[in-house]
Ligand binder design. Structure first.
Ligand SMILES: CC(C)[C@H](C(=O)O)[C@@H](O)C(=O)O
Length: 671
């Protein structure tokens, strides 16, 4: 097992306040300057940043007479100006305006009051109305909010109104989407280079597409509905450079918790947060959305990520509206630049009651958990559920606390039931969740992310809280959502730990806050073993025609192929190897196989050409834990004594942990 990475850098001991973030340069022998934020933070969490400009040369479009950041460029374009500077106030033309059931009625009221009862919105094709917050409730006022959106949308002939009428079955509402920020992306309203304003602070999510996207208040929204324009102050830009290969136990949620923990919940107030670097480039669109979604938790005006091939591919089947991406100029000026080496980061949580109350997940291992919530615009996307399913699959265990799953949108709900989880042998997320004992995925909406009416699914309401409190004194929820203020998910005593879907799933399995490496490393180590075995088999026995053939199969191995192989295996060997067969003990198996060399205590007395003594030691110690919970484990057998010993040993080490053990002609397959 890999040990937890600690990445304390030399000389990391300076305390600076927030003001320092933008102006100070700490002399350092290394190229990086190390800062600490106001909050006391773990010594194990270190962030590297410098105020100098990056050497990176961002792509440039257009003239560089007035070098601009991406945000400045979008706002310049939207205000019809050749150039703008941070601090300018400009009238910006809006490409998309979005509202939802919480703030929509208020915005509509202001629009009618200011522009007249019979006024028409400036462009019925640019207004997107998405009921999503308090939907599946019998609360009359919440229902009335949706009714107001419906009346308005019908009266105004709004083109994009994602209505819900039948609350008893969301699937009976083909137009209904779910959480607005994810629906906007899925329906093609997030386009590079454009301006999206919405009456929800997490509208910044769309910055993942290289769009200027920000939340506005009801009064501003009323004005936008009437005019399609808004006076905006151009924000200064903070640049976050995230480089390095993202470890397989991290998700974008960890990255943004790291940033917010570093700069605080007010660290980016009215600033644009631009994310660049090799790590960012490697993220898929949903992960980029997670990152931008939470810029508001640092006070950011907006977040932006350069549009690239990942963006264009995502948009391919979602919009036919032409769009024009823009990029920061190489000479653009940024207020500060923050650098992170992501390869050293560990899984994080934000402890109650603030998103900047950062801690390492492993530091919180003694915190007992009462429930886990996976959902919302931040952590309820398809990739979030795939991540949770991957962890459950790796662990092969059942959850110890109620685990609520709330897909953000109807599309995510469908994905949960249809998309297969890699390495699962064709299982969908829903199957894995069911096996793990999670609650059935709920109807898509914001649900308990923001508490909601008392009957909101998974809400930490008083009845549940008192039940939980009896058992565990207080209600602790590990949640993939974005805010953990007191009362945010219902009960004011609730203790919310914000975390990635990996960490949330791992915590559900143990009932304590758990570093996901505890389960995920089982998979990555096993992959390493498979690689070595395959390499060995291929390199040593390629002259054997049959093995050559198998080698080709193995190279493109998928579970289906492996399953087919099981059908052609040697029955006698199968009987020998199956722990459920008549010879259940190791001893029995050894005796009943004439071809199996009997060795009561197999070891590497003869050096195997396939398994080095180093690998042998590794397998001997780690195999039982490694195999636990794995769906398929592929070992090998080549039919020669020396090799056979090794394979047999591997089988012995694993078969008592797994239900079926197969021997196949050239390799051993254990399920
Ligand atoms: C209801 C809405 C105005 C609010 C927001 O602005 O973000 C909500 O979505 C939230 O997450 O707190």
């Amino acid at each position: 097992m890999a040990s937890s990475a600690s990445f304390a850098l030399p000389g990391s001991s300076f305390l600076h306040n927030k003001k320092d973030l933008s102006v100070s340069v700490v002399p350092s022998t290394s190229q990086l300057s190390i800062y600490k934020c106001k909050q006391p933070i773990s010594k194990n969490i270190v962030m590297a940043m410098e105020t100098q400009q990056s050497e990176r040369k961002p792509a440039t479009t257009g003239s560089i007479k007035t070098p601009m950041s991406m945000t400045e460029k979008i706002l310049a374009k939207a205000s019809g100006k050749g150039g703008v500077r941070a601090g300018d106030n400009v009238w910006v033309n809006v490409d998309v305006f979005m509202t939802n059931d919480i703030s929509g009625p208020g915005s509509i009221g202001i629009f009618r009051r200011e522009f007249g009862q019979n006024a028409k919105v400036w462009d019925r094709e640019k207004v997107v109305v998405i009921p999503d917050h308090y939907i599946f409730t019998s609360d009359e006022r919440a229902n009335r909010n949706v009714d107001i959106l419906r009346e308005f949308s019908l009266e105004q002939n709004i083109k994009y109104f994602y209505d819900i009428k039948d609350l008893s079955n969301f699937k009976a509402n083909p137009d209904y989407k779910g959480v607005c920020h994810i629906a906007l992306a899925q329906e093609g309203h997030c386009r590079p280079g454009e301006v999206l304003l919405g009456t929800d602070s997490h509208t910044c999510t769309a910055g993942a597409f290289g769009q200027f996207a920000t939340g506005i208040g009801n009064t501003e929204a009323g004005f936008v509905l009437g005019t399609g324009a808004l006076l905006l102050k151009v924000p200064e830009t903070l640049r976050f450079v995230m480089d390095g290969e993202m470890p397989d136990y991290l998700l974008a949620k960890d990255l943004i918790l790291q940033i917010i923990g570093e700069i605080s919940v007010a660290g980016a107030t009215y600033k644009s947060m631009e994310f660049v670097g090799t790590t960012i480039e490697s993220l898929n669109m949903e992960e980029r959305m997670t990152l931008c979604n939470m810029v508001i938790e640092a006070g950011g005006k907006n977040g932006v990520i350069s549009a690239d091939t990942t963006t264009f591919k995502y948009l391919e089947d979602k919009t036919s509206v032409p769009y024009e991406p823009v990029y920061s100029d190489a000479q653009a000026s940024f207020l500060s630049e923050f650098r992170f080496d992501i390869s050293n980061l560990e899984p994080l949580v934000a402890k109650p009651h603030s998103p900047d109350n950062r801690a390492l997940a492993r530091e919180c291992k003694d915190i007992k958990v009462d429930r886990v919530y996976i959902g919302s615009c931040t952590g309820g996307k398809t990739q979030d559920f795939l991540a949770a399913a991957k962890l459950f699959l790796a662990a092969g265990k059942k959850v110890k606390v109620p685990t609520f799953l709330v897909p953000a949108t109807q599309k995510v709900w469908v994905d949960i039931y249809t998309v297969t989880v890699p390495g699962s042998g064709g299982k969908t997320c829903s199957q894995i969740f069911e096996e793990a004992g999670c609650d059935t995925p709920a109807s898509p909406s914001c649900a308990a992310c923001m508490g909601g009416p008392k009957d909101t699914y998974a809400r930490m309401n008083e009845a549940q809280a008192s039940y939980l409190f009896t058992l565990s004194i207080r209600g602790v929820c590990v949640s993939t959502t974005n805010r953990n203020f007191p009362g945010r998910m219902g009960h004011k005593e609730g203790q919310i730990y914000l975390a990635s879907p990996y960490t949330a799933a791992a915590s559900a399995l143990t009932g304590y806050i758990t570093d996901p490496r505890h389960f995920l490393h089982q998979i990555s180590h096993w992959k390493m073993v498979l690689e070595r075995v395959k390499l060995n088999v291929f390199s040593k026995h390629m002259h054997e025609p049959k093995l050559k053939e198998r080698g080709r199969e193995l190279k493109t191995m998928d579970t289906k192929k492996v399953c087919e192989d099981v059908n052609i295996m040697d029955k006698k060997q199968m009987a020998v190897a199956s722990p459920h067969g008549s010879e259940d003990s190791d001893e029995g198996r050894e005796k009943s196989s004439p071809a199996t060399p009997v060795q009561s205590s197999p070891d590497l007395s003869d050096e195997s050409v396939f398994i080095t003594s180093h690998l042998f030691d590794f397998l001997d110690s780690s195999l039982p834990i490694t195999v636990k919970g794995c769906q398929w484990v592929l070992l090998y057998r080549a039919g020669r004594n020396m090799v056979y010993h090794s394979a047999h040993l591997l089988a012995r080490a694993t078969c008592f942990l797994v239900p079926v053990c197969w021997y196949v002609q050239f390799y051993v397959l254990i399920r």
